[in-house]
Design a binder for this molecule. Sequence first.
Ligand SMILES: C[S@@+](CC[C@H](N)C(=O)[O-])C[C@H]1O[C@@H](n2cnc3c(N)ncnc32)[C@H](O)[C@@H]1O
Length: 365
Amino acid sequence: MTALKDHIVRRIGAEGPLGVDQYMAEALAHPELGYYMTGDPLGRAGDFVTAPEVSQMFGELIGLWCAHVWTQMDRPPLVHLVELGPGRGTLMADALRAAAGVEGFLSAAEAHLVEISPALQKRQRRSLKVLAVPVSWHQRFAEVPDAPLLVIANEFLDALPIRQFVRLGEDGADGWAERCVGLDDAGEGLAWVDRDGASPTDLPPALADAPEGALIEVSPQRSKIAAELAAAIAARGGGALLIDYGHMISAPGDTLQAVKGHRYHDVLADPGAADVTAHVDFAAIAAAAMQAGARVSGPLTQGAFLTALGIEARAAQLRDGATPRQAGEILEGLKRLIAPAEMGNLFKVMALSNSRQPAPEGFAT
Ligand SMILES: C[S@@+](CC[C@H](N)C(=O)[O-])C[C@H]1O[C@@H](n2cnc3c(N)ncnc32)[C@H](O)[C@@H]1O
């Protein structure tokens, strides 16, 4: 048993079952034992590979997207380039290298990284030490100082906790039970239990009529950050790019998953030693952001978005002068990022922007 599982079993013994949100918060962000607090899970030797680690083209195109939004804002002399959950800092490094080609952007930009993991903060410091822009770190988005904003969040929202509810049967009328993590019969291991009497808050209208037995997911924490970003962009100007695996329309279904060593893993088996995430409901994110005053563009599939930004031309440019082996890797990266059967369809991209600015690049109006 992992040390964290032992802690969770004792906590449930003392307090009763944990909501999935509480379980995810322990599994990922327990201050000493949480998955993200102890090491670097990214890359081939880790548990999963993200888009910026697949190819430099991903971060480069996002950097150019940001610089374009900055020009749409009439080039403010200070802009905060914020990344939520920056992993190894690869996306930010590639983005700034590409955006350096847009005159004046680097002199205006300050990088602000929102990262809870001390281990990954160290890794980010290494990736970003050669950059010609000031960099600072924060625990929460709310700590980023006031200025026009460009926000990037790739595979960040999926790590924020969700709650799960099951629509009750006939005698429960129109009620719900919350799916929770409790103890098994021996009281020593973890098991799924349902807790009656709890109802979902922030329920998307499309889920209100879920049929008996349906499992639905809500995430007040994701809606809260979407509303915070939207309100800040509406007040200060700028844009945000939210990229993640998920669905465009709210629908019932269990998307909670654990990944370890590049394979799916039992969600309750090894808290602290496996990544635990859930797909993002982009319709819920859009509703929260619009209500807080931002323009919402998309979501598009990642394949459509990167193609609109010109990833194929960039791949061709990189292949010019590359060795045959490098050219093969560039093509492999391109395919991985945009092919429908790979990341191209599963991942979605949504932009938030200030409605006084022109619509952001890549999204047909
Ligand atoms: C799946 S990784 C994605 C990393 C990076 N964006 C990439 O694409 O390679 C999730 C990142 O979010 C960070 N993270 C998770 N929960 C967080 C939270 N509540 N606040 C800030 N960062 C968080 C993790 O430490 C990690 O850097």
